[in-house]
Write a protein that binds this ligand. Structure first.
Ligand code: NAP
Length: 516
């Protein structure tokens, strides 16, 4: 441990840190400029409601984790009130024409683009994400409302050739009813619209419980939904503290008026919610954790692979579910990849407050998250990995971008999701060996590989046990593509033409007694 700490201190002395003390804009100025969007009360049935208590939202990028707002701490009563409001609103919303529902979603998306800067600042200050990425998240988030505004009109049923002359077979698609969402802090806006766009397009109504760390983005979305003309009760937000999450979650997963639960977060929490949803046999979507492999084969363009690795690993300081976690590099390009990736990390990564324009790496969301990454690094070093960059904390929840060589599959960082800026690199000899390591995980969300061999590209894309594959590409999310995992990464799909199906059931109508 001491040796590791000394080594870490030496490595950290070369890491560039910017803006920890000299942010370009402070929260007070943002709160004033974006006042109509900075909401701190629950949004239920089109009204802003207080709860009996409140909880603090902090800026994880500030040295002392400064409190930026106090938000209504909803409990089971408020959650039930929101479910009841959503249930009432469903009766009307399902009968609004698909064309009108689409128009409302489109207006909501436009409003998001119009308020892009303010929404991005809110994301940056509550999650620590660098401003450039927060702006990207707002566009990504709005893209789901836009995409599903068009999909609303494409919810077609079927008329199926009947086996009898006197019968017609119709398959109708109908909205399931009230959908509850429980969402994480790492994409505090997009993880809500990716669900809400599909649900509202289908004719469902919604209750959202956002993460304790990032309720402000969810409430800003509620404000814009109201301005866009989403009727009262159709989109409700009940923020709550971590302490109250289980009791609020229980209402959202067990109330008989809730037809569907859609969750994004860790696999461990997903399993708890799935069990609760089972009692009333709800429809479920689970977008859970990942542990993405990133494979570089001999034939790869190493410069391109390094570019992809930088994008895939360091977005949101490594806190994305599709983030590359396990880097597998074939022997002949192993040394070149390590050297080039290390150089790119030195050149491109700057730690700092997300509000500082040069920052590319913000803090991790909290101390627990930073402890986890440092624990994985220490475990790897104690088992023989080589530290090439970074390796430790830089005060509060900042973790230095870290590069480890000579990693082996038994190390902790290869067995559990990191959710931080750590690149562990394993050397492999054959394609079979790489696939065996890649597929050894219990989760299967995303996977990436770099190769110039067309036969290998087809083989590996098909063989990887994941829901999404990046081939010579490190970033793959888009509203048009499907998002979802296999194995313990979840159930169901978001985005794409399939996303809306998660909020529909198919009703078979058999029309008989027809004259032949
Ligand atoms: P988390 O701890 O599972 O929390 C996610 C949400 O669940 C938060 O709103 C949290 O509330 C709530 N929650 C936790 N325990 C609960 C309970 N017993 N009942 C009801 N709600 C409960 O996950 P996280 O650490 O925030 O997010 C990181 C994880 O999410 C990673 O594993 C990542 O891979 C995954 N993720 C997956 C996707 C995907 O699309 N597949 C996307 C993003 C993230 P509190 O905030 O109050 O704890």
């Amino acid at each position: 441990m001491t040796m590791t700490t000394n080594m870490t201190a030496r490595m950290l002395s070369t890491t560039r840190v910017v803006g920890l003390a000299c942010r370009r804009f402070g929260w007070d100025a943002i709160a004033a400029a974006a006042a109509p969007l900075v909401r701190t009360r629950a949004y239920v049935d089109g009204r802003w409601l207080d709860a009996q208590d409140d909880f603090a939202v902090v800026d994880p990028g500030a040295a002392a984790r400064t409190e930026i707002a106090r938000v209504a701490d909803c409990g089971p009563e408020e959650a039930k009130q929101a479910v009841d409001a959503a249930h009432q609103a469903f009766r009307r919303w399902k009968d609004v024409t698909a064309k009108e529902r689409g128009a409302v979603l489109r207006k909501w998306a436009h409003l998001m683009e119009q308020h892009k800067e303010d929404l991005a600042r809110i994301i940056t200050f509550e999650s620590g994400k660098p401003m450039k990425e927060s702006l990207g998240e707002v566009s990504y988030s709005a893209s789901f409302l836009d995409w599903f505004s068009e999909e609303a009109r494409r919810v077609y049923g079927d008329v199926v050739p009947s086996p009898s002359k006197d019968r017609k077979i119709l398959l109708l698609k109908q909205p399931v009813g009230v959908a509850s969402f429980i969402t994480p802090w790492n994409f505090p806006s997009a993880m809500i619209t990716r669900k809400a766009g599909a649900a509202l397009a289908a004719g469902c109504t919604v209750v959202v419980k956002p993460a304790e760390d990032t309720p402000l983005s969810a409430l800003a979305l509620a404000e814009l939904s109201c301005q866009a003309g989403v009727p009262p009760g159709v989109f409700n937000v009940v923020p709550c503290s971590r302490e109250r999450a289980p009791s609020v979650g229980r209402v959202l997963c067990t109330d008989p008026l809730v037809a569907k639960i859609s969750f994004t977060g860790s696999t461990a929490t997903g399993k708890v919610l799935l069990k609760m949803a089972a009692d009333t046999v709800k429809k479920v979507s689970m977008e859970l954790g990942g542990h993405a492999p990133f494979i570089v084969f001999d034939s790869a363009d190493v410069d391109e692979a390094v570019r992809g690795a930088m994008a895939s690993k360091f977005r949101n300081s490594g806190q994305t579910c599709v983030c590359s976690n396990r880097f597998l590099v074939q022997s002949s390009v192993y040394d070149a990849f390590l050297a080039k990736l290390g150089a790119a990390m030195d050149r491109e990564l700057k730690l700092g407050h997300g509000g500082e324009p040069d920052t590319t790496q913000g803090p991790l969301i909290n101390d627990r998250a930073a402890d986890k990454v440092v624990g994985q690094v220490e475990d790897a070093l104690s088992r023989g990995a080589r530290l090439l960059r970074g390796g430790g904390r830089l005060g509060s929840s900042f973790v230095a971008p870290t590069l480890l060589a000579d990693v082996s599959p038994d190390m902790l960082c290869m067995r559990e999701e990191t959710f931080g800026p750590l690149v562990p690199v394993v050397r492999f000899a054959t394609e079979g060996e790489a696939l065996a390591i890649a597929n050894s995980s219990r989760t299967g969300l995303a996977g990436y590989f770099y190769s110039a061999d067309m036969s290998q590209i087809w083989r590996v894309a098909e063989a990887l046990e994941v829901g999404m594959v990046g081939v010579n590409e490190g970033l793959l999310s888009a509203a048009e593509g499907s998002f979802g995992g296999v194995k313990e990464s979840g159930l169901g799909l978001e985005g794409s033409k399939y996303g809306v199906d998660e909020y529909l059931h198919v009703k078979y109508v058999c029309m008989g007694g027809l004259a032949g």
